[in-house]
Design a protein around this ligand. Structure first.
Ligand SMILES: [Zn+2]
Length: 431
């Protein structure tokens, strides 16, 4: 595909009007001020009038199958939300529920310009199957919760992860990746956590883990582990000895920042989920000042309640300025980088998340003909503060169009909606 005379967000997160962008295979092969000399080799020419081409969104923290639980646990504090509503529902979820939930979640993400996501949940086989069929990009693992002090190697999950690594890790030219997932400090124990960290080093995979989401979690961790914060505890267990995506990090203490920086941990912030559950506001400007990479996630649809990264981007920017009482702490270009390039890097995808020659063609195109896009005084600010996910008219992953103008060529969205509705009704009837 050759995008003709189109506005783009370049590799410095600046707006450049009237560009030509060529995609061949899975990669961006041309970016220039006029048509390439070999324009006829590109196939379809996409008219760039009233369109803006930018890197797709990288959702750095999700629980895709939780679309089944959208609206299931409203207006509850985190621990009773989890214990009274979420965990009992999840205990009734079957393997295929994860396939259809993931399929519907992918449709929603693609609709709003997301090209890749990091996922923490169960039934990894079904989720990989859904991603593979849809063409979505994914970092995914089976989530480890373990209250008994059993070495990881002795858990059934060790065998499952070994098989997932063989079957899916780096499949389809790296589109599918296996991460190891430790649910959290409060759902694990030192024996299992430390041996799990060693296994992650041996396997050469990335880690995903929930960290310091609530004040209560931090206090309980300190009581359990001799005053250690969750960051200190997880570092001591070796969890951060592989590239780690630490979700939330709302309640960090002074010593935590240096650990996260020194271990090169990426913090995936979830401002909408944290606000909705009343957990608080991550100090994103402070994290950036400390030299810590920050990426952006939606969290699950039970605590957001949507997977539209443009809304999370909007709230990210607003909360950073509002909480700091300083409108300079997170410029729109930086917020956009957090939602795109930083997320790609958190997934170990060095060749993703920028619109420049040689990068993978993970792209979303916005329709800027709507009233909120005029005038074009500051298009980067327009994306963050005036645009909407519903302005996305095309989403491309590794050069494949997976959403365009109301059509998902790889997904039966009506079937997914029906299956998810039926599954939620079935489980609600059993509870
Ligand atoms: Zn989460």
């Amino acid at each position: 595909m050759l995008f003709s005379d189109i506005g783009i967000i370049d590799e410095n997160f600046e707006y450049q009007p009237h560009k030509w962008v060529g995609v061949q295979g899975a990669h961006i092969s041309f970016v220039g001020d006029e048509a390439p000399w070999d324009a006829e080799r590109y196939g379809e020419v996409y008219d760039g009038a009233n369109r803006l081409l930018m890197p797709g969104m990288y959702n750095a923290h999700a629980h895709a199958p939780m679309v089944l639980l959208r609206g299931w646990g409203e207006a509850l504090p985190l621990q009773s939300w989890l214990n009274d509503r979420i965990f009992p529902f999840e205990a009734k979820m079957e393997a295929l529920d994860n396939f259809w939930g993931t399929t519907l979640a992918i449709a929603e993400m693609l609709r709003y310009g997301t090209v890749s996501y990091s996922d923490m949940y169960y039934h990894a086989d079904q989720r990989f199957r859904a991603c593979n069929r849809a063409g979505m990009k994914i970092n995914l693992g089976e989530t480890l919760l373990s209250f008994d002090p059993v070495p990881y190697q002795d858990l059934p999950m060790a065998e499952l992860n070994a098989r997932l690594l063989r079957e899916y890790h780096m499949a389809d030219d790296g589109r599918l990746r296996v991460d190891f997932n430790l649910h959290a400090e409060y759902t694990s124990n030192p024996t299992t956590a430390a041996s799990f960290a060693e296994a992650a080093v041996d396997a050469g995979v990335c880690m995903q883990v929930h960290v310091s989401e609530t004040a209560a979690e931090v206090e309980a961790c300190k009581e359990r582990h001799g005053g250690q914060t969750p960051v200190e505890y997880l570092a001591a267990m070796g969890i951060f000895d592989v590239p780690t995506n630490a979700a939330h990090c709302v309640w960090l203490e002074e010593g935590d920042y240096a650990i996260l920086r020194d271990k090169a941990v990426t913090v995936s912030t979830n401002p909408v989920s944290n606000a909705k559950l009343g957990s608080g506001f991550a100090r994103v400007p402070r994290l950036l000042d400390e030299g810590i990479t920050v990426a952006l996630g939606t969290d699950g649809a039970a605590s957001n309640n949507n997977l539209d990264m443009f809304q999370d981007l909007y709230v990210l920017a607003l909360v950073a300025s509002g909480a700091a009482q300083d409108p300079t702490v997170l410029p729109p270009a930086k917020a956009l980088e957090i939602a795109t390039r930083a997320g790609a890097l958190s997934q170990g995808r060095e060749d993703c998340g920028l619109i420049t020659e040689g990068m993978r063609a993970d792209i979303c195109v916005l329709d800027t003909s709507g009233p909120s896009w005029t005038p074009e005084t500051d298009m980067v600010s327009n994306i963050v503060y005036a645009g909407h996910g519903s302005d996305v008219c095309l989403t491309m992953v590794d050069g494949r169009v997976l959403y365009r103008d109301g059509v998902w060529p790889t997904i039966d969205v009506e079937r997914a909606r029906a299956e998810v509705s039926a599954a939620t009704a079935r489980i609600a009837g059993e509870l």
